[in-house]
Design a protein. Structure first.
Length: 240
């Protein structure tokens, strides 16, 4: 456990130092922004292959100097066969520009090989943007996204991962609206609790006249509960 805390300290220092060194000031002529995403997630594994989650995230933009808003997501999963589960979620985002409502549905397939685990996720999303500007009409958009992820666990307390996820907009100006490329580490810091530190390189092609680039450093605290059904009394218990 002490080694895990030492590893957390090294990673945080690395992220902070590199954030201050490589992040540049944002402008229209240099359309790059560097952001910080920080949050917490509660995941509940339920009997019969069901699962539920509650995720909160605060995001900072303009070189991590400006609070942009909060993102709250409620999700559910259902395993349908050994390596495949269905996923659905609803997200409420209260940000500077307005309030966004987003619903997603899809599936994820995963397969483990020794210390490695590989996953493929496909989602369809529908988003309604309710802008604060009374002169700007609300906007409804649809997306579909595909994520490939690889995980490696060198020890019981540390999990490394990388992922790539193109996000395509139905009727968008480009075939790919934006692209999320991530790398991170999940470190067990307490019972059922992991600290998720990540970096995301996110090119954005949504503008017709120029491209944007978002670089994100993030920190998330993940807590997992496993609920099982007692064989004797039929009661639901928290698994140790």
């Amino acid at each position: 456990m002490k080694n895990n805390f030492r590893y957390v300290t090294y990673v945080i220092v690395f992220l902070v130092v590199n954030t201050n060194i490589i992040f540049a000031q944002t402008s229209r002529t240099d359309p790059n922004d560097n952001q910080g995403w920080f949050g917490a997630k509660l995941k509940v594994d339920l009997p019969s292959g069901w699962g539920a989650s509650l995720d909160y995230q605060a995001r900072f933009i303009n070189d991590v100097n400006m609070y942009n808003g909060s993102y709250t997501t409620v999700g559910a999963t259902k395993k349908i066969i050994k390596h495949v589960e269905l996923q659905a979620d609803f997200r409420l985002a209260v940000v500077e520009k307005g309030t966004y409502y987003r619903g997603s549905f899809g599936f994820e397939a995963s397969k483990g090989f020794g210390d490695f685990d590989f996953g493929l996720r496909m989602l369809v999303q529908n988003q309604l943007q309710d802008f604060n500007d009374e002169y700007k009409d609300n906007q409804r958009e649809g997306y579909w996204r595909v994520r490939l992820e690889a995980n490696y666990a060198p020890t019981d307390g540390i999990q490394l991962y990388v992922s790539t996820e193109p996000i395509m907009k139905f009727g968008g100006v480009r075939p790919i609206d934006n692209w999320r490329n991530s790398a991170g580490v999940k470190i067990k810091v307490a019972k059922r609790t992991k600290l998720n530190l990540f970096y995301m390189y996110r090119p954005d092609y949504a503008k017709s006249s120029y491209n944007r680039l978002f670089q994100v450093v993030g920190l998330n605290l993940d807590y997992t509960l496993k609920i099982k059904k007692s064989n004797t009394g039929g009661h639901y218990l928290i698994s140790k």
